[in-house]
Design a protein around this ligand. Structure first.
Ligand code: ZN
Ligand code: ZN
Length: 277
């Protein structure tokens, strides 16, 4: 359905996105698209899961935090004084990889497609859903246990060549895939648009001062020239450079094979303005 190496790369990128790695929004779109493709084929192994978590709005105090007056004695508008919220997700298991999709943004739709239901309604009083399949009575289904997974668990981010490699694997597939009879044309196009909307983080480039080679480093000098972000090291002398005199060209050492391939899809090449000579 989707090549297993693409699903595996996406699973690593899912952790990278949780760590606020580059391309976060695009990665979540790719993940949602793959889940919808498997759901449409009835192979997403989807189930609704829920977990109680500390309320983010009041930080678990249960009290309404006013922007102007600070902490009040009023009940928190999100958790109604309980300090806890019930977080809902659709868990999918695709090619052995388990992913969680927030119920409201996309999880309910993935689950609906997965079970071939015509409608799904959430009942907040019982924290369960009513699933309607054509010409059947609605069935009541609860949110299952999440197991050892926790929402907002820490992910591991990556940069440069490794990040480009993973993103290329998914994007090669994304730009070659066709809707194949499923009603997913719009989902694919939206994911393709997201692919061109983020910049690639290259990380720290070089061990010594970028300008003179001095090994004693004072600061990092951050650069953002679309579609790349990178940081070079500066010695005491070059830490005081005027911004106008900064070297804004992507360091050649950062332009490794997967990075160049990633850049090619964005019509960036080393001989264009902003690029290294
Ligand atoms: Zn709250
Ligand atoms: Zn220097």
């Amino acid at each position: 359905m989707v090549p297993t190496d693409v699903v595996a790369a996406l699973s690593v990128l899912n952790g990278h996105a949780r760590a606020f790695g580059c391309g976060r929004d695009a990665i979540y779109q790719y993940k949602g698209l793959v889940a919808r493709i498997y759901a449409a084929a009835g192979q997403a192994n989807a189930r609704p899961v829920g977990v109680m978590a500390k309320c983010n709005y009041c930080l678990g105090t249960g009290k309404f935090f006013c922007q102007y007056n600070g902490q009040t004695d009023d009940p928190c508008r999100k958790c109604a004084r309980s300090g806890y919220v019930f977080l809902r997700f659709t868990e999918t298991t695709i090619e052995g990889h388990s992913w969680h999709h927030p119920w409201i943004s996309e999880g309910s739709e993935i689950y609906r497609r997965s079970v071939g239901a015509s409608a799904i309604e959430y009942d907040p009083a019982t924290r369960s859903i009513w699933v309607t399949k054509s010409d059947q009575q609605p069935a009541n289904i609860g949110f299952g246990f999440v197991g050892d997974w926790q929402p907002n668990s820490k992910g591991e981010g990556t940069v440069g060549e490794r990040a480009a490699e993973l993103l290329n694997t998914v994007e090669d597939w994304l730009f070659a895939t066709r809707p194949d009879g499923f009603d997913l044309r719009w989902d694919i196009e939206r994911a393709q648009r997201a692919a061109t909307g983020y910049s690639l983080r290259l990380g720290w480039i070089g061990d010594h001062c970028h300008y003179c080679g001095e090994p004693n480093i004072r600061i990092g000098q951050g650069h953002y020239v679309r579609p790349f972000e990178w940081t070079v090291r500066c010695c005491e002398v070059h830490s005081k450079m005027e911004v106008g005199t900064w070297d804004k060209r992507v360091p050649p050492a950062a332009l490794t094979p997967a990075v160049l391939k990633w850049a090619e899809r964005r019509s960036w090449s080393a001989d264009k303005p902003g690029a290294a000579p």
